[in-house]
Write a protein that binds this ligand. Structure first.
Ligand code: GCV
Length: 567
């Protein structure tokens, strides 16, 4: 009705393509949100269970309207306290509020909870007392929440405890929890986002190395949740090589809706094209046409379980997501969970019509702005396959020069490898050979610098500065071209938004306008800082036709953001 379509002859049959359509909140019990840019957590744990904030109901309605049917309330960097009796009473109240809207509750399980809140000496999954502890815990949870969805677990990654602490495998850990929830039809979602500082192997390869040997060893109520790419929600990543490589295990997609690496709280970046790019990528695991979408919907391998998870961008901000256009990403994520074959274009159009205006001129122009926004962001942040060159800790802004962090794979220099010869990570057979983890067709396409789609060039290759790219420009000139194109396009976005003033209420127009001004400054900052730094290796000039950076590299290196949000 809000899109003003004729409803006199409604004849619509639509059923979801995926069974589990989940939001993952990275919300802490103290109400801070890891990588959250929309205020504090919606969950007011202190006032629960007595006080039911009206926003819990609005949250459930909003999610139900786009088909989301489950929510993981707590951060994957988990706190065992949520599993204690007083907190479970609070969780029960939320479950009761969400139930009428078809939304199930899941919790993150801290693997060491039996020690921390159970008084046991170990959390070894092969220890009988530990197994009994989790069984009792599951019984307690289901007595309060009979339709509890299950547990999401981040184990043995970035300091989280896990089965490997006891020389057990991820499957041993997941299966122990799966046995605890199985009597109640609960499931365990085990994350594949694992990498270890002690492991000298390219981080890109570590999850595959850990998980592929475990294919077929998980209980049938376990799903393995895999991020869209092998590093970490970068502005652009090739699809994760695990998709298609574990046919005996249902793999769940994990997208990031919150914009940790894609402009945080200040940038207008419509993420549906990024999600679609991954979902439509062909893994070739079962021959041509074995897209990532087909792997996760389970049809290729007859899995009963299937689903998608999106790391939430929702907080207690007055408009839920902070940036007015960030809501489009929540919306698009939900729509794609329901039907991943929808186009980004169609979803943007729906969202614009129900959010701003049905004026066709407005919709056409605003849709273009949204549709180009992701490519623009890639251009001014991470063109040509560059990745992980952001600031330390808060991940805000550029810092490709960082090289001193204790863990090698936390340093941007690990990823871009710029030197006097060139730039990029050689992941071919002469380098880390991460490409060997892909099926032959994508591998062949990507291993050759002449056939690779240049959007992944520096992701897989260390390329000489004088290499001639497809445009005819040298690599250095192409890098400059793309960084400048990105900032010019943000300028264009500002102009477009100014033109749209006539169609948008003054308040929201002004909000977005101010944010676009910030985005422009950030784009120039990314461009100048990265080019000045990479220039110390290329020793080449930024072509004179471009406006030259007005600040020095030292200036950019000196910038500090001690209180940047989400950290
Ligand atoms: C919840 C990245 C983020 C972390 C996040 C982690 C994960 O490393 O920076 O904040 O932790 O991914 O997905 O577990």
């Amino acid at each position: 009705m809000q899109t003003e379509q004729n409803i006199s002859n409604l004849n619509i049959v639509s059923s979801p393509k995926l069974k589990l359509r989940l939001l993952n909140h990275w919300d802490n019990l103290n109400r801070t949100v890891e990588r959250g840019y929309a205020g504090f957590s919606l969950w007011d744990w202190h006032k629960l269970p007595g006080y039911i904030d009206k926003r819990y109901i609005d949250y459930a309605r909003a999610n139900a309207s786009i088909g989301i049917n489950g929510t993981v309330l707590t951060n994957v960097n988990a706190n065992a306290t949520v599993l204690t009796a007083p907190y479970l009473l609070k969780v029960k109240v939320l479950a009761d509020v969400f139930r009428p809207y078809g939304i199930k509750i899941f919790l993150t399980a801290r693997f060491s909870a039996p020690i921390e809140i159970g008084g046991l000496k170990t959390a070894d999954p092969k220890d009988e007392t530990v197994q009994i502890w989790w069984k009792e815990k599951a019984k307690e949870i289901y007595s309060l929440i009979p339709d509890f969805g299950g547990f999401l677990v981040k184990a043995n990654s970035e300091g989280q405890p896990g089965p490997q602490d006891y020389k057990r495998t991820h499957a041993d850990g997941a299966n122990m929890l799966a046995d605890a929830v199985a009597p109640y039809k609960g499931i365990v979602i085990w994350r594949a986002f694992v990498y270890a500082a002690e492991n000298p192997v390219d981080r890109h390869k570590q999850a595959y190395d850990d998980f592929v040997p475990l294919d077929g060893k998980f209980r049938n109520n376990v799903m393995v949740q895999v991020k869209n790419g092998a590093i970490d929600f970068m502005p652009r990543e090739p699809f994760h090589p695990l998709f298609g490589a574990m046919p005996k295990t249902p793999l769940m997609m994990e997208f990031q809706v919150t914009q940790e690496y894609t402009g945080q709280g200040t940038s207008l970046v419509y993420l549906a094209p990024m999600y679609k790019e991954v979902l439509e990528s062909d893994t070739y695991c079962n021959g041509k046409g074995s897209t990532v979408a087909k792997v996760i919907d389970g049809k290729l391998d007859n899995h009963a379980l299937n689903g998608m998870a999106g790391v939430s961008n929702i907080g207690n901000d007055v408009n839920w997501c902070g940036h007015p256009f960030a809501q489009a990403n929540w919306y698009a994520y939900g729509r794609l969970c329901w039907d991943y074959s929808l186009s980004s274009d169609a979803i943007a159009e729906e969202w614009l019509r129900i959010t701003f205006s049905n004026n066709n001129g407005f919709v056409r122009t605003a849709k273009n702005l949204m549709m180009q926004s992701r490519e623009t962001m890639v251009d001014y942040m991470n063109p040509l396959g560059l990745h992980h060159i952001m600031g330390t800790g808060h991940h805000y802004g550029p810092a490709p020069w960082v090289s001193e962090l204790s863990r090698p794979e936390w340093n941007p220099v690990y990823y871009h490898k710029a030197d006097s010869a060139g730039i990029g990570f050689n992941r071919t057979a002469t380098g880390s050979n991460a490409l060997s983890q892909y099926f032959p067709e994508p591998r062949k396409q990507w291993e050759d610098v002449t056939t690779i789609n240049e959007k992944y060039l520096l992701w897989f290759h260390h390329v000489p500065w004088n290499h001639i790219t497809k445009s005819g420009r040298t690599l250095w000139d192409e890098l400059c071209y793309r960084y400048y194109r990105g900032t010019e396009n943000v300028e264009q976005m500002q102009k477009t938004w100014n033109y749209l003033k006539q169609f948008v209420d003054a308040e929201r127009h002004h909000q977005v306008k101010q944010l676009l001004d910030i985005q422009y400054d950030e784009a120039v900052w990314w461009r100048n800082a990265c080019l000045l730094y990479f220039q110390t290796f290329s020793k080449k000039p930024i072509p004179a036709t471009y406006k030259q950076p007005d600040k020095t590299l030292d200036y950019y290196k000196s910038l500090k953001f001690p209180f940047a949000p989400g950290n």
